[in-house]
Design a binder for this molecule. Structure first.
Ligand code: SOE
Length: 383
């Protein structure tokens, strides 16, 4: 396949994840990286062996050899950077959340469609082999049957203590919602992706477990670990949620409950769902991604191990190693990028990836969650 050239804007936690996943495709060349200043851009380019470094992402957008741009910046820059990538006529893969609110995300969908470029959003967990298998079991076969109820959680502990700090705690950078926008977005996406149902109403209760946190005077990257020097911290009031309970109603009329918690000790990145169907139930957990539990009332329960020879054909193409050779977190973005770049190259006409429309839909849910929490009542999602 002819090489496709990509540029990356932003090199915090997620930028290098994109670079690594793209390189594993073989035919994508990451030719440039942009950061907020040229020294940082050059340092990251050297570290990652990327030929060009730009201190302003607009220079990267003006680079004629770059065909696809990945927006890996913090949340508050998503809208502006996405808008400028589209104005430059480049194909685009954005990090989630797509923007800071649904007015912005609706505008991005409009601009992306008008630009006629390929647009995708990094809902990476969709592309794990057993999530694909679960989708087929729910939607293309009678394995699960009618969905009766959905239960989902996303638990993490990297913000467990009041001394844990990160830019995501500052609403100007992260948005009015924190935990729901950051990880609840994946949870809403995955339960809808697997079941094929759409969330139409929500009733949400948001809690700030640590209303005051202690901020270190130096910048701390996501997952940078525990603050070691506790002597030089300043107290900061926090008004975004650490924890959310969300009752949801789907367009089928069935209900579900989603819980998000970034202060759950011991849960590192536990995105999980359980779907109760009329024929069987399914449960999957991102921390053990190679197992899919199937629950039965009138027969033995089962654990499907990730093994391409045992999965439905459409799911097995997401599994690249034999059974027992486990696949995990880095394989989600790789499979997503395979689908997007395959589409750009004309090799995968199906367009089997999440687009800006999915990114906008998730923000519409997040807006409804915030409104419901404020009004203490059920709120319709305004897509
Ligand atoms: C931090 O909560 C984070 O890195 C999210 O931003 C990602 O989207 C999620 O995949 C893992 O956790």
């Amino acid at each position: 396949m002819q090489a496709i050239k990509a540029g990356i804007v932003g090199t915090g936690f997620i930028g290098p994840v994109h670079v690594e996943a793209l390189r594993r495709l073989g035919y994508v060349k990451v030719v440039a990286v942009a950061e907020r200043d040229v020294d940082l851009a050059q340092a990251k380019a050297d570290e990652l062996s990327i030929p060009k470094a730009y201190g302003d992402y607009r220079q990267l957008l003006a680079d004629p050899e770059i065909q696809v741009v990945h927006n890996c910046t913090p949340n508050h820059l998503h809208f502006e950077v996405n808008r400028n990538i589209l104005a430059a006529g480049k194909h685009i893969i954005s990090e989630k959340p797509l923007a800071m609110n649904s007015t912005e995300s609706r505008e991005l969908v409009r601009l992306a469609e008008a630009a006629g470029v390929v647009h995708a959003i990094d809902f990476n967990y969709r592309y794990m082999p057993l999530v694909q298998q679960a989708r087929i079991m729910c939607q293309a076969t009678d394995d699960v049957g009618r969905v009766l109820a959905v239960h989902g959680t996303y638990f993490q502990d990297w913000l467990h203590k009041d001394t844990d700090w990160n830019w995501r705690l500052v609403p100007e950078f992260s948005g009015e919602s924190r935990a729901v926008a950051d990880i609840g977005s994946h949870l809403c996406d995955i339960v809808q992706f697997v079941t094929g149902l759409k969330i139409v109403r929500v009733m949400a209760d948001l809690v700030t477990i640590h209303p005051v946190r202690k901020r270190p005077k130096v910048e701390v990257e996501t997952y940078a670990g525990k603050v070691l020097d506790l002597s030089d911290l300043e107290e900061v009031a926090i008004d975004t949620e650490d924890y959310a309970s969300i009752l949801v109603e789907f367009d089928s009329g069935m209900h579900g409950v989603l819980t998000v918690n970034q202060c759950a000790a011991g849960r590192k990145n536990r995105l999980s769902f359980e779907i109760n169907g009329s024929n069987a139930a399914l449960a999957w957990n991102q921390e053990r991604p190679n197992e899919l539990w199937v629950g039965r009332r009138d027969g033995p329960n089962q654990t499907i191990m990730k093994d391409p020879s045992l999965l439905y054909a459409e799911a097995s193409e997401y599994a690249h190693y034999p059974g027992g050779h486990n696949e995990a977190y880095p394989d989600g973005p790789k499979n997503l990028f395979r689908n997007v770049y395959g589409f750009i190259a004309g090799e995968r006409p199906g367009g089997d990836f999440a687009t800006f429309v999915d990114g906008h839909n998730e923000i519409a849910i997040c807006d409804a969650v915030l409104k419901s929490n404020q009004e203490k009542q059920w709120v319709d999602v305004n897509y």
